[in-house]
Design a protein around this ligand. Structure first.
Ligand SMILES: [Zn+2]
Length: 396
């Protein structure tokens, strides 16, 4: 045991010397996890949540080996030689339970957004060291979405790829280049061998095709991405959360139902908005736009006139729903952006920075700064350039 420990320290100090590690979220689950017999894959994940909530969950459940926060600090969660429960239902080249032969790295970010520079450099170093330690080639460094698969459900008669879009961006050549990964798989071996069906054509295009990064980002953060339409089912939007009590369906007539109250998903009409509140959701919260996603009363439903609904007009001004009459809601102009379930904070001043308004949520991708009339997500804001007087909207 002592020798193993010394070897561990050696790697930390020499090979892994450039990485800023923290043990402050080391999981007590280590005790119950067995040592893997082999390690042939590195699986990259995105937490779909900020570190403030993700780290605790990952530690409590022992769900990864490492987690990289927004500052590029690498938290050890599970000893890299032991099994972490990060891949769930998974298969690669016919071999299931990927947890038993892989190392899992979470990055605090979103499957359809680029990482920040500190995260890229931490991940580059960490992946480099793990490739070296376990002799893993570049095309065996995969995204969780490469290996996750789903059991049959209402939409897929057979087991299918596409259960998750987690870490999807890590398949893009432009992202891989920043991680010094020179190759990637060119096809899905389990779909090709008919062990699985292809359940998400768009995901397959991102993983194996030639989708430029900007296009991948735009398509997945576009307004309407959570509205049911021809060719876009509740499953496409909510994945495994489609029938959960915390997934809300807002019908075109404004009526709402929760996932577990819907008897027949094939009868949910086009135009129904699906709001996924489950923490495992792959889609970050964003705003809707009047005229593109429907009328304000369709977008915000019963909350159209609530204080927690914020309307940002095309001229850059804003009002809360509680400040509007029913008639004014009906007359909101085309292009008005609608944030539902949000608190209004600000203005930012020299003595009252964003962090004192909403804590570390200020940098969350679902927090929006109103800067010169434009909504800027918290993770895209340059904190040295937030102008005095900026308002911010954060999830309440
Ligand atoms: Zn994942």
């Amino acid at each position: 045991m002592r020798i193993v420990f010394l070897i561990g320290v050696f790697f930390v100090q020499s090979v892994l010397g450039a990485i800023r590690f923290s043990n402050s979220y080391y999981s007590s689950r280590n005790r119950e996890r067995s040592i893997r017999k082999s390690t042939s894959l590195i699986i990259l994940h995105t937490t779909e949540a900020p570190s403030s909530s993700a780290l605790r969950k990952l530690r409590d459940n022992g769900e990864c080996h490492y987690c990289i926060d927004e500052r590029g600090i690498v938290y050890r969660i599970i000893d890299h030689r032991r099994e972490a429960y990060h891949a769930g239902r998974s298969m690669w080249r016919g071999r299931t339970n990927v947890d038993s032969f892989s190392v899992g790295i979470e990055t605090c970010g979103y499957h359809n957004k680029p990482l920040n520079a500190a995260q890229y450099s931490a991940l580059l170093a960490l992946v480099g060291e793990l490739k070296y330690i376990y002799k893993i080639s570049d095309h065996n460094v995969l995204a969780h979405s490469h290996v996750a698969y789903g059991a049959p459900n209402k939409w897929h008669k057979r087991s299918h790829r596409g259960r998750k879009r987690c870490g999807m961006m890590f398949a893009l050549p432009s992202v891989r280049a920043r991680l010094n990964l020179k190759s990637r798989p060119s096809y899905d071996p389990d779909v090709r061998a008919r062990r699985l069906t292809a359940g998400d054509a768009y995901l397959a295009k991102v993983l194996y095709g030639a989708v430029p990064q900007q296009q991948a980002v735009a398509a997945l953060s576009a307004p309407g991405v959570n509205v049911i339409s021809k060719g876009r089912s509740a499953w496409d939007i909510a994945r495994e959360a489609y029938n959960k009590a915390d997934t809300v369906y807002i019908f075109p007539d404004g009526a709402q139902k929760r996932g577990h109250q819907i008897p027949d998903f094939r009868k949910v009409p086009a135009g129904t908005k699906v709001v996924v509140n489950c923490t495992d959701d792959n889609l970050p919260e964003t705003y809707q736009t009047v005229g593109i996603n429907g009328k304000a009363q369709d977008i915000a439903g019963e909350e159209a006139r609530a204080a927690s609904t914020v309307y940002v007009y095309p001229d850059g001004s804003y009002k809360r729903g509680s400040q509007l009459s029913a008639a004014a809601v009906l007359k909101l102009p085309y292009g008005t952006k609608v944030l539902t379930g949000y608190a209004v904070g600000g203005p930012v001043t020299a003595s009252r920075p964003a962090t004192s308004i909403c804590g570390n949520r200020w940098r969350s991708p679902d927090t929006f700064f109103l800067i010169n009339g434009v909504l800027v997500p918290g993770d895209k804001v340059d904190d040295s350039k937030i102008p005095v007087g900026a308002m911010l909207f954060f999830k309440s």
